[in-house]
Design a protein around this ligand. Structure first.
Ligand SMILES: [Zn+2]
Length: 263
C-alpha cells in the first residue's frame, strides 16, 4: 500500500463518501475550480475558464493530499452575452452560491478552501467578498486564487504579443498545453483593442489597471467581432506549459503551508 500523502483518490465527484472520510485523515484542504461558460472567440471553446483551473487543480492534487471539487461552471459574464452559448448569473447569486458551497464543505471537515479562479479579472471582486465573508461568518479559511496573478511574472517574461486581454496569448497558450484538441489555431485572429483606453486602465490582463472598471456587452461588441481581444496567434503550448507550471507550483506551495501540522 502506498502511504505517500498524495496517494489515493482526490476528485470528489468520483469518490464515495467513505473515500472522502478516509481522505480527511490526510487533508483538510479543498480546491474548487471557479470558472464561467462564456464565449472565447472563434478558436477556443466556451468552457475555457473552468477547464483551465480544473486541470491545474488536478496537477496540484498529484503533488499534495488536497481534494479537488467539481468546478463551478457558471460565473459573472454579462459582458460576453453578445455571443451565443454564454451564460451569466448576477453578482449576488454568484456570491451566495459560492459562499454556500464552501460553507457546506466545512460541515464535513474541510478547513481550507482555495477558490481557483479561471475567469480572471471579471469576477475577482465577487470572490474577494466571498472570501472575506467566509473567514468571518463560517468555519473555513478561504483564499481567492486568481490564476492570472500566479503566472503573472512568468507571463511578463515569455509573452511576445503586445495585448493579451481575452481569449488571447495567455489563455490560448494554456489551452494548447492542456487541451490541444479543443483549440482551432486556424481560426485564431488578432484583435487590437481601441488605441486609447480610459485613463488609468488598460486592455491587457497584465496591464496598468489602477482603477476598477468593467466592460458591458455593448462595449465588447463594439471592440471585437470575433470575441477575443489581443493576439492569440502568438500562443504556443510551450508558453502554456510555463504558465501552467507557475500556477501549479504556486498553489502547491500554498497547500503545503496550509497542511503543515500546527506546532
Ligand atoms: Zn477566459
Amino acid at each position: 500500500m502506498d502511504d505517500t500523502p498524495n496517494a489515493g483518490p482526490h476528485r470528489v465527484a468520483e469518490m464515495t463518501w467513505r473515500e472522502i472520510d478516509a481522505a480527511l485523515d490526510r487533508t483538510r484542504t479543498l480546491l474548487i475550480p471557479v470558472g464561467s461558460t462564456e464565449q472565447h472567440g472563434h478558436h477556443l471553446p466556451l468552457g475555457v475558464d473552468a477547464l483551465m483551473p480544473e486541470a491545474i487543480g488536478e496537477r496540484v492534487v498529484e503533488r499534495t493530499p488536497a481534494l479537488l471539487a467539481p468546478p463551478i461552471w457558471y460565473g459573472v459574464s454579462p459582458h460576453h452575452t453578445f455571443k451565443p452559448g454564454t451564460f451569466t448569473v448576477s453578482t449576488e447569486t454568484f456570491q451566495r452560491y459560492v459562499f454556500d458551497i464552501c460553507d457546506s464543505a466545512s460541515e464535513w471537515g474541510i478547513e481550507n478552501v482555495l477558490l481557483l479562479n479561471g475567469h480572471y479579472l471579471a469576477q475577482d471582486p465577487e470572490l474577494e467578498v466571498v472570501v472575506r465573508r467566509l473567514r468571518t461568518e463560517s468555519d473555513v479559511d478561504a483564499f481567492h486564487v486568481p490564476l492570472v496573478e500566479l503566472f503573472a511574472d512568468v507571463a511578463a517574461e515569455i509573452r511576445t504579443g503586445d495585448v493579451s486581454f481575452h481569449a488571447s496569448e495567455f489563455e490560448t497558450s494554456i489551452m494548447l498545453a492542456l487541451f490541444p484538441e479543443l483549440v482551432d489555431m486556424d481560426a485564431a485572429t488578432a484583435v487590437d483593442p481601441p488605441e486609447e483606453s480610459l485613463p488609468l486602465t488598460d486592455y491587457d490582463a497584465l496591464g496598468d489597471n489602477r482603477v476598477g472598471w468593467s466592460l458591458t456587452a455593448e462595449d465588447m461588441e463594439a471592440i471585437t467581432s470575433s470575441g477575443n481581444i489581443g493576439d492569440p496567434t502568438v500562443a504556443t503550448a510551450e508558453k502554456g506549459d510555463a504558465l501552467v507550471e507557475a500556477a501549479v507550483s504556486g498553489i502547491t506551495e500554498l497547500v503545503d503551508a496550509l497542511e503543515e501540522p500546527e506546532e
